[in-house]
Write a protein that binds this ligand. Structure first.
Ligand SMILES: Nc1ncnc2c1ncn2[C@@H]1O[C@H](COP(=O)(O)OP(=O)(O)OP(=O)(O)O)[C@@H](O)[C@H]1O
Length: 488
């Protein structure tokens, strides 16, 4: 569709883009990225024919760009630019109709039935027909942007060029505009080439990305290859971290602000623990990085409040998440800041302790009853009834964990818990074999992310050794306490 071959050029004889080569296929959504001043707009101006280039070739449909007359070029390429300063006073329909000029024939540029049909169709598709008689000045920024998109599409181009189309648009309009463009590439075979400053939007919507650095191509590839931590850090000279999108396989980036030096490092320990018959609660002065299987606040996140709630053995609720959220609110906790768990164990039997090693510490809190004990190797002999979690393990780490260390912490804690049940000879009541856990155990790893860096938490690493010892100790004591209560 479009082929750029060794193009160089710029202003006043000085090359701003240098030896650029790439091609874009029909129906692709192609993103151009790069830091300020890297030559993105200059390149786009060359593609649209506004700015002549010094060397190289740009081919559109196999023909040299310079061989097209302005009108022929307008039938191939439309440009959606920033119209924030637009001062003409046209109606929406008149504005969209301007897009038809390239198709109008004859000396008097008569308005044909086909022109009318295209304008009506495009207005409908872009969702602007309902205000077609309104003056363009009366529209919001996002609505105007849609009208100008409709104008560009009324031009019936094969290629649409956009310079930061989502600039000035709020979140919902950004999504709406890009969803529309994506739809047009898929359904109508439109080729879209767009400059993006927002790497996350580019990663989410584009088929391919071209990253410019100082006028040259750094990389031209699929988003996952272009949006790499090292590449982006290198080109934009800033700290970022890549993380997966929760719903689609698209690369996403987050900025890493410079860390403010904490004057007094907080330590999570028993002084922050509050206990009643109804809840055990730990309130941290700062949000902690968490990985958990709580009823509330599961997965990874940042949380400041941790609640383990006692419920009766026959607690049964069709929507236990909703019920738990209401409970937390009724007690003055903000569910979005809280990791919440439930247990049928009496909270008086909780076991907690601070364990210290060279330069870091962990605070572990365990409530454990083994009424639902299960041997994982024989769990298919059990039904699927979900009883409230019976071994709830909280591990607070006063240190900075990697993602790897979070996951290894869960593995190590599980191994230590299983060994505690083994040594206590806790049995699965259905199979009669030694249990490995209970049917609805929950775990929380929460780290201050300050102080000593702890890269790993396998069983023989410094953090792993402390977790093994702490979880084994607390689980053993908590199970013994609840067994003693049962017997008495
Ligand atoms: N009309 C012009 N005359 C002279 N130099 C220009 C002109 N337009 C841009 N430049 C220069 O060309 C270089 C690249 O500018 P360009 O606008 O292409 O970068 P960009 O990647 O689009 O930047 P931004 O992200 O800031 O929009 C810059 O150094 C800029 O100063």
């Amino acid at each position: 569709m479009l082929s750029v071959q060794h193009v160089s050029g710029g202003y006043s004889g000085e090359d701003v883009v240098k030896d650029i080569s790439f091609s874009v296929n029909k129906g692709e959504l192609f993103g151009i990225l790069g830091p300020n001043g890297s030559g993105k707009t200059t390149l786009l101006k060359m593609l649209s024919g506004i700015l002549p280039f010094g060397q190289g070739e740009i081919l559109i449909g196999g023909k040299r760009l310079q061989t097209y007359s302005p009108k022929q070029l307008a039938q191939k390429i439309a440009v959606l630019s920033q119209h924030s300063t637009q001062s003409f006073s046209y109606t929406v329909k008149e504005t969209v109709a301007l897009g038809r000029y390239a198709h109008q024939k004859g000396l008097f540029q008569t308005w044909s039935q086909e022109d009318e049909a295209v304008v009506q169709r495009v207005m409908k598709q872009i969702g602007v027909s309902k205000f077609q008689e309104k003056n363009i000045q009366e529209l919001s920024g996002g609505e105007k942007q849609r009208v100008f998109l409709a104008q560009s599409l009324a031009q019936e181009p094969e290629i649409l060029l956009l310079d930061e189309p989502t600039n000035h648009l709020d979140l919902s309009y950004q999504k709406e505009l890009l969803d529309l463009l994506k739809q047009w590439t898929i359904e109508n075979g439109l080729t879209v080439i767009s400059i993006f400053h927002d790497l996350n939007l580019a990663g989410l919507y584009c088929d391919r990305l071209l990253l410019l650095e100082k006028g040259r191509i750094k990389i031209n590839h699929v988003p996952n290859e272009v949006i790499r931590e090292e590449t982006i850090r290198d080109v934009y000279q800033t700290k970022i971290q890549k993380h997966p999108h929760p719903k689609v396989a698209a690369p996403q980036m987050v900025l890493l602000p410079e860390k403010q030096k904490l004057e007094n490092l907080i330590q999570i320990n028993e002084s922050l623990l509050l206990q009643s018959d109804e809840i055990i609660c730990l309130k941290s002065p700062n949000p902690l990085r968490t990985m958990s299987s709580g009823v509330i606040g599961s997965g990874t996140g940042w949380h400041q409040t941790f609640v383990n709630r006692h419920v009766c053995k026959d607690y049964n609720c069709s929507d236990h998440r909703e019920e738990m959220a209401s409970f937390l609110l009724s007690k003055g906790f903000e569910p979005s800041e809280t990791v919440g768990m439930m247990t049928a164990v009496l909270l008086a039997d909780v076991e907690y302790r601070l364990f210290e090693a060279g330069g870091f510490s962990i605070f572990v809190v365990v409530t454990a009853g083994v009424g639902n004990a299960v041997d994982a190797s024989n769990s298919d002999m059990h039904g699927v009834e979900m009883m409230p979690g019976t071994i709830n393990t909280w591990i607070f780490v006063n240190g900075e964990l990697t993602e790897e260390a979070f996951i290894q912490s869960i593995m190590t804690a599980t191994e230590a818990k299983t060994k505690a049940l083994h040594d206590l000879e806790v049995r699965d009541e259905i199979t009669g074999t030694i249990a490995t856990g209970t049917s609805t155990d929950s775990i929380l790893i929460a780290a201050t992310q300050a102080g000593k860096g702890l890269d790993y938490a396998g069983t023989v690493t410094p953090l792993g050794k402390l977790i093994s010892k702490a979880v084994y100790h607390c689980t053993t004591n908590a199970v013994q306490k609840s067994q003693k209560r049962k017997r008495s």
